[in-house]
Design a protein around this ligand. Structure first.
Ligand code: FBP
Length: 553
């Protein structure tokens, strides 16, 4: 018996929708170039850091001749960082465009993320292999990894691997950090006169790689639809049993885009937005008080149930905890050796408490034991605390429970509080891509090939007008330096792609605040249901609420 599900078989046969201009013969598509560009900030320094790639024009694909496109080529592709639905379709888009341009061309996949190009660990992606992954979730075709491609030595190794295999284009499918490193690699390859183009693709379920030109990162659409289905189901359950408060933490790293999108889709009683917490300088106590007040207000109406959404990165945005985390990051980075000699948890905590500032030491001491341990856990490759491992949902349940007990003693509350904790993140990262992500990713892959075949290096593949039907989308490329500025990283000012956080004056946040008070006390849940792949366009092909609101659609 085959291990393929009926949906998997059906998805293999799905033909992603392409923008009209990409339906032409590859040799009849050209890159129309705009004016020179500038970085979002720090223009002088950025020009100095990227003398060869800075200021390139935005490209838009249009009808026109590109005789170079049919040259036989070898392209290497990298999947970098966390999984996001649609990665396989980016590869399929590159593969199909490359083979359509010249059937002799070869696509290599670097295995296990950026480490693959450094170590020369790669495989040829053949027709047979590609067909087993079309329109499916996951990054398992070649695997992914979080190695940072950033040192001169790694660049040297990557160059010799590319030379060995005759690779003339590298496509890095990644988030802001991976694309930043792509920009640096593009500049470096150019300086070396290698003739190898480096092109990026905007990936991350977190939705924080977006700007004027990148309307959304791929994977956000599918992941948020998957989480919203689950939240909607939990809301139905809560409203049926009427006995639990569900505290649901949602992935997304620093930004709260995922939580906000899920709130717009499901209308929970409470959704915390980290960016608002920071802006209003809310303390942990303030947040606990706000949640407890909603629970008490619902309890007074006999509604002892509800749903609270919590963005994964919240903990870092609470000012006093944020300061504590940044002190801990520095301490653990600077004193890593000494810290590793502390054998017991008690010794570690005692030393940490001693080294922290008075305020941070107080905050640290006031946290439950489990959270303390999670804050001391291993850092990610960028030296940051791994927010997905901090159980903020459990912390809030504990603190809210304590507050409600105190309110009960004072006669301010007489309801019941029985809470359950959930964390949705990994559940959404490898789902079958929605039609939106399947189409978007395929188009991004196609455009990535066209950028390579047009010799445009240091670009990120882009598609505009995503709120419209796919045939009206506008494919092109944006110079990576245009999205960059200098930011403080490990004590140094480094060029990085600016991360997009939730804008408090943006349309999605405003749409949420216009409704949230009603959602808090009433039970006004919405049930988006499972992602649909086959059926009417209004059911199957809709982009996220965030995208629609941002594009005024
Ligand atoms: P990327 O930024 O690499 O796309 O990863 C996103 C993410 O899913 C975050 O939401 C989450 O905090 C993190 O990855 C978890 O990392 P890991 O997969 O290493 O556990």
């Amino acid at each position: 018996m085959s291990n393929l599900s009926p949906l998997q078989k059906a998805r293999y046969a799905y033909q992603p929708k392409l923008p009209e201009v990409l339906k032409d013969d590859i040799a009849d598509i050209t890159a129309a170039l705009g004016n020179a560009t500038e970085s979002v900030a720090d223009q002088m320094q950025m020009r100095d850091l990227f003398p060869l790639t800075y200021g390139a024009p935005v490209a838009r694909f249009a009808k026109g001749k590109n005789p170079d496109s049919s040259k036989p080529r070898k392209i290497g592709v990298i999947l970098s960082g966390g999984q996001a639905p649609g990665g396989h379709n980016v590869i399929a888009g590159i593969f199909d465009a490359l083979k359509k341009a010249n059937s002799e061309s070869i696509l290599y996949g670097f295995k296990g993320g950026p480490a693959g190009i450094i170590d020369g660990d790669l495989m040829e992606i053949t027709d047979i292999i590609m067909d087993e992954y079309r329109n499916t979730g996951g990054f398992d075709i070649i695997g992914s990894g979080r190695t940072k491609l950033e040192s001169e030595e790694q660049f040297e190794k990557s160059l010799s691997v590319c030379k060995k295999y005759g690779i003339d284009g590298v496509v890095i499918i990644g988030g802001d950090d991976s694309n930043t490193n792509g920009a640096i690699l593009a500049e470096w390859f150019k300086k070396k006169g290698s003739g190898i183009t480096v092109v990026g693709c905007p990936k991350t379920i977190d939705g924080d790689l977006k700007n004027e030109h990148i309307e959304t990162s791929f994977g956000f659409d599918t992941a948020t639809k998957t989480f919203s289905e689950l939240i909607g189901n939990i809301e139905k359950d809560a409203n049926s049993a009427k006995k639990y408060w569900h505290f649901i933490k949602l992935m997304g790293r620093s930004a709260s885009h995922i939580a906000l999108e899920c709130a717009l889709q499901t209308r929970p009683n409470i959704c915390i937005i980290s960016e608002e917490v920071k802006e209003k300088n809310l303390s942990l106590d303030d947040i606990v008080e706000d949640i407890a007040d909603v629970i008490a207000a619902r309890g007074a109406k006999g509604l002892n149930f509800g749903v609270t959404l919590i963005p994964e990165g919240l903990i870092e945005f609470i000012p006093e905890v944020g300061r504590l985390i940044s002190e801990l990051n520095d301490l653990l980075a600077n004193e890593a050796e000494y810290f590793s000699t502390l054998k017991t948890v008690e010794d570690q905590r005692e030393w940490i408490n001693h080294e922290l500032s008075r305020d941070s030491s107080y905050v640290f001491s006031s946290l439950p034991r489990g959270i303390k341990m999670q804050l001391l856990d291993d850092r990610d490759p960028h030296g940051n605390v791994q927010v997905s491992r901090i159980e903020t949902e459990k912390l809030l349940i504990e603190l809210v429970g304590e507050r409600l007990d105190r309110m009960k003693l004072k006669g301010e509350y007489n309801g019941k509080f029985s809470a359950l904790a959930h964390f949705f993140g990994y559940e959404g990262r490898c789902a079958f891509p929605s039609n939106f992500d399947a189409d978007y990713c395929y188009g991004l892959g196609y455009s990535a090939f066209l950028l390579v075949s047009s010799g445009l290096t240091g670009y990120i593949s882009s598609i505009a007008d995503l709120q419209k039907p796919a045939d009206q989308w506008i494919p092109g490329g944006v110079p990576l330096t245009m999205m960059m500025n200098l930011e403080q990283r490990h004590g140094e000012r480094k060029p990085v792609i600016r991360k997009a956080l939730v804008e408090l004056d943006g349309a999605p946040f405003k749409a949420f605040t216009a409704e949230r008070e009603k959602w808090a006390v009433e039970t006004d849940y919405a049930f988006p249901g499972a992602i649909q792949y086959y059926g009417p366009t209004e059911v199957c092909d809709q982009p996220s609420e965030t995208l629609k609101l941002e594009k005024g659609a």
